[in-house]
Design a protein around this ligand. Sequence first.
Ligand code: NI
Length: 278
Amino acid sequence: MEQTLSLSSRDIEQFHDLGFLSIPRITTHDEIAHVRGLYDRLFEQRAGWNNGDFFDFAGLDDLGTPATVPQLSEPSRYEPALKDMIFRKNAHALAQQLLGPGAELVFEHAILKPAGIGGETPWHQDEAFYPRFTNYRSLTFWMPLQPVDQFNGCLEFIPHSNNGPLLQHRSIKNDKRIHGLEALGVDESGKVICPLDEGGATVHGYRTLHHAAPNRTDGPRRAYALAFGVRSKAYTLREEFPWNLAKETAREKRAASAQGIMGRYLAGLKKSGKTIIR
Ligand code: NI
């Protein structure tokens, strides 16, 4: 895979119309095999636990109970080799086609659904997770590190939801101690299930409704997601979404205490609903 990928004008149209696109091949089998090893080591070590980058997306984030949807934010901070991936280079090139030349990586995360116990990722829009100072609108390349289908948790999408409103969200099971969100009032009758072969990926917009089923198989479902956006130079600040303001997660507490006195101060301001200058 020498050359970087490019999308056809039809692909680009489909992405903007439906809100998602499947890319049959975004990297090589060799890269997937190599990254699987790095990925498994990061999850075994719970890299980033102390500063809140590693947490259970769908549970109470308590070390005594196995996480059903463990997530590692910013994995390349803990494994710099991930910055050199063909996946990253290709995703960046495609993001520039979809968003314009100013598209840059804004966020990355790894989400594991462990064999047998991997939980559901409820329907949500990524925009619902945006903190109030977010200055971009992202799209996300989601690449599994093994084949995926509806039995181990491939992504599913609601076509055209990218052009609809941001729905109300709440913490999973309406439990504010849980980081993950679920959208309310989703009509999933038109959903499209996107299985992928190894080396493929999907890309979806910041407002596209998406979901992943539990992993019912006896192998892990590993996924690696890269989000790109064009940062606005204008100063943007809006009210924090109420479902994020309401959260009281163990992850947030670890993050605040790792950031020291300033982190705890900013976390306190967030809870008091006052403006945070950043
Ligand atoms: Ni998402």
